[in-house]
Design a protein around this ligand. Structure first.
Ligand code: CP
Ligand code: NVA
Length: 304
């Protein structure tokens, strides 16, 4: 098992399945109210260079439930790479804490943090990827569909960090993954090349949403302008409007298709109220599972 959790592509299928087994055990114990202090006395620094609701709350609460303690460091506290070099912060925090969770802009900073930290580093999102989110998402799909392989998953929208993590997952689990994005907003080419080179999944990148969603088990979307792209929001809204996940598009997907969104959602942009609040939507199940999956990741890295 790697020291760090930076990308799903760094893990074997067996390791991913192991994390899911631990997730089930910890989720069952949480629901039953059974104490599970498997990280008793351990501490975790959480570095946030960007805002967050789910990531902060789920990591902080999860660490408490594991018998440990998590401390929140806001964008104003550390100034990673600005006030202080990444490699210095990595070595300093390693002297205080047992694990680091970080949400950063630059993926290279995440890699550097992991390289210089002697303790495990967990990636809570970068501009490149969001591995904890997609682990929680596929776990949620498994709960609803009874399986987590051989499904058609269609991501409609910006080829961003969420799309890249789906591609990373498709390098490890056999899926039919369709990324449906407008020209110029496709996902990371290297991530695609690597996933395709594994000859495990069918991965398509297309631009027609109606064709993309047909026969999908899951229709997934995310914001059109990610954190750090706020200035592009108006221009992106015009380009992406044909990619809105609305009732008409969901009719083309079929009534068995689940709807997912990592949240926060911009209701009325990438997804309509009607769809996000529909019976097909499992957005709050996936939000909940962030906590259960992340607890399993923390416990696995600390006990490896
Ligand atoms: N999905 C997700 O990571 O949400 P936050 O940005 O609120 O943490
Ligand atoms: N793509 C979004 C995901 C938020 C969880 C962003 O990076 O802002």
């Amino acid at each position: 098992m790697n020291k760090d959790f930076i990308s799903i592509a760094d893990y074997s299928r067996e390791e991913i399945e192991h994390i899911f087994n631990v997730t089930k055990d910890l989720k069952d114990k949480t629901k039953a109210g059974t104490e599970h202090h498997v990280c008793k006395g351990k501490t975790m620094s959480m570095i946030f260079a960007k805002p967050s609701a789910r990531t902060r709350i789920s990591f902080e609460t999860g660490m408490y439930q594991l018998g440990g303690y998590a401390l929140y460091l806001s964008p104003n506290d550390i100034g990673i790479g600005k006030r202080e070099a990444v490699k210095d912060i990595a070595q300093v925090i390693s002297r205080y804490n047992d694990v680091i969770m970080a949400r950063l802009f630059d993926h290279a900073h995440m890699m550097e943090l992991a390289e210089y930290a002697t303790v495990p580093v967990i990636n809570g999102l970068t501009d490149y990827n969001h591995p904890c989110q997609i682990m929680a998402d596929i776990y949620t799909i498994k709960e609803h569909k009874g399986r987590h392989t051989d499904l058609k998953i269609t991501y409609v929208g910006d080829g961003n960090n969420i799309a890249n993590s789906w591609i990373n997952l498709a390098a490890k689990l056999p899926l039919h993954l369709v990324i449906c994005a407008p020209g110029g907003y496709e996902p990371d080419a290297k991530a695609l090349d690597y996933a395709r080179s594994q000859n495990l999944s069918t991965i398509e990148v297309i631009s027609d949403p109606a064709a993309a969603v047909k026969g999908s088990d899951v229709v997934y979307t995310d914001v059109w302008a990610s954190m750090g792209q706020e200035e592009e929001a108006a221009e992106r809204r015009k380009i992406f409007m044909p990619y809105q996940v609305n009732s008409q598009l969901m009719e083309k997907a079929g009534k068995d298709a689940l709807v997912m969104h990592c949240l926060p959602a911009h209701r009325g942009d990438e997804i309509t109220d009607e769809v996000v609040d529909s019976a097909q939507s499992i957005v709050f199940d996936e939000a909940e599972n962030r906590m259960h999956v992340q607890k399993a990741i923390i416990a696995t890295l600390l006990n490896r």
